[in-house]
Design a protein around this ligand. Structure first.
Ligand SMILES: NC(=O)C1=CN([C@@H]2O[C@H](COP(=O)(O)OP(=O)(O)OC[C@H]3O[C@@H](n4cnc5c(N)ncnc54)[C@H](O)[C@@H]3O)[C@@H](O)[C@H]2O)C=CC1
Ligand SMILES: O=C(O)C(=O)[C@H](O)COP(=O)(O)O
Length: 389
């Protein structure tokens, strides 16, 4: 006789119905809800809760419910009260590692866009990577491959592995031209990342540019405005904002906010599919059942090859390809267009854009043909993870 299982899942988990409506050997009842409708009352007969980042999973939500496994189809899990879940015997999982490639493509698209616009010169740049886990390490590898000097800061790893590869945050602030945040949001303990980059640290930063695709609160957004205003050559590229989905209008509108995107770095189609796959796999493991669902069977066929003409400058030729693979300038233009709308419309615009985000495929599934015999074009393309045909 098959076991009964009730699952509540966020409607914005990619492929939620196909992944979770049938699980091998179980009589599954799947309720797909909007985040705003996921509450304690709705969970009173629920065994499994599957969320994205907008549901806070804690005592307030789960106390007194039969939920015994909760998982988030995101890498970040700061919206889960993990200590409380552990203490209450509720198993939990995140989708660690799932959308790393998508965030890397966001970073490459940003760097190439800034290079093409003359804001930076990629080969002359020293980048400080703060948080050298899955994303930070993958980014470091790409940067080194294209000649960017890399400074790595990760105190937890440094304590475990020794100083060898790492430098202090102070050294990053002194030596890097740009810094980029790839830490989790940690609100307490010695590795607290809340306002990790704050007014005091900004005052010591000798470089010109700041990227944040980690969590909005890792960077003090008010302090960032002052820092930008102190020197017109400074710039910021933000995917994550304090107080999402209502970022500070003054920051959004700031002319030195050169790349503004509404928390979509991880939102390539393949990134979102992988978010679901990782959570599906974790659930099957928790239930001790065989995995049957595979995202590859639900993703569209790879796009047609893109043809890129040689521009005479390898960086610009690569930029032309990157811009087709991920037109980050469109995300930026859209977000900047919200600069004038009234405060209470901004959260709706932010959330709606993310919800209806245009499909962008992983670069490894998007073939590019370069009409170029220049060896460095192919070398750079490979280094940036572009699938050259
Ligand atoms: N913008 C977006 O769409 C996305 C954002 N993210 C964010 O990126 C974060 C990082 O993701 P992963 O690399 O997969 O995580 P990870 O867990 O593999 O790596 C995080 C690294 O940060 C380090 N770290 C912790 N505290 C630190 C501190 N105080 N200073 C410097 N380093 C510190 C850790 O030791 C670890 O090596 C996620 O937690 C999530 O918040 C992830 C996916 C998409
Ligand atoms: O995986 C993460 O961590 C992210 O930040 C996601 O890409 C965004 O998650 P949602 O806010 O769309 O749930």
């Amino acid at each position: 006789m098959s076991r009964n299982l009730t699952i509540v899942a966020d409607a914005h988990i990619w492929g939620v119905e196909s992944a979770f409506s049938r699980l091998k050997g179980l009589n599954t009842r799947l309720r797909i809800l909007e985040n705003r409708d996921i509450n304690r009352e709705m969970l009173m007969d629920t065994d499994i809760l599957l969320t994205r980042s907008s549901t806070k999973v804690n005592a307030e939500l789960l106390q007194g419910t039969p939920v015994r496994f909760a998982a988030t189809a995101t890498i970040g899990d700061d919206h889960y009260d993990k200590a409380w879940l552990d203490a209450n015997g509720i198993a939990w999982a995140n989708a660690a590692g799932s959308s790393t490639g998508s965030v890397i493509e966001y970073m490459i698209a940003s760097l190439l866009q800034l290079h093409a616009n003359g804001v930076i010169s990629i080969p002359d740049t020293a980048i400080g990577i703060i948080g050298v886990g899955r994303i930070g390490s993958a980014l470091a590898q790409v940067c080194k491959a294209v000649g960017i000097k890399v400074l790595l800061n990760d105190p937890p790893r440094q304590r475990r592995e020794g100083s060898g590869a790492f430098v202090s945050l102070d050294e990053v602030l002194e030596q890097a031209d740009i810094i980029t945040l790839h830490t989790p949001m940690i609100r307490d303990k010695e590795d607290c990342t809340h306002h990790l980059i704050n007014e005091e640290r900004l005052s010591r930063f000798q470089g010109r540019g700041i990227f944040n695709a980690a969590r909005g609160g890792c960077l003090d957004n008010l302090a960032l405005i002052d820092w930008l205003e102190d020197d017109r050559s400074r710039f910021a590229a933000l995917d994550c904002w304090e107080n999402e989905p209502a970022p500070l209008q003054k920051l959004l509108q700031h002319p030195q906010m050169v790349i503004a995107t509404p928390h979509v770095a991880g939102h390539s189609l393949d990134g979102k599919a992988a978010n679901t796959q990782y959570v599906y796999n974790a659930l099957c493991q928790f239930l001790g059942i065989e995995q049957e669902w595979n995202m590859q069977q639900h993703l569209p066929a790879p796009p047609a090859p893109i043809i890129i003409e040689d521009s005479g400058d390898p960086w610009i030729t690569i930029y032309a390809a990157a811009r087709q693979l991920y037109p980050i300038d469109k995300d930026h233009a859209t977000m900047k267009s919200w600069g004038g709308i009234c405060e209470n419309e901004l959260p709706t615009a932010f959330a709606s854009y993310r919800r209806h985000y245009p499909a962008r495929r992983a670069w490894m599934h998007s073939p590019v043909h370069f009409n170029s015999k220049v060896a460095s074009v192919t070398q750079l393309a490979h280094a940036f993870g572009i699938k050259v045909i």
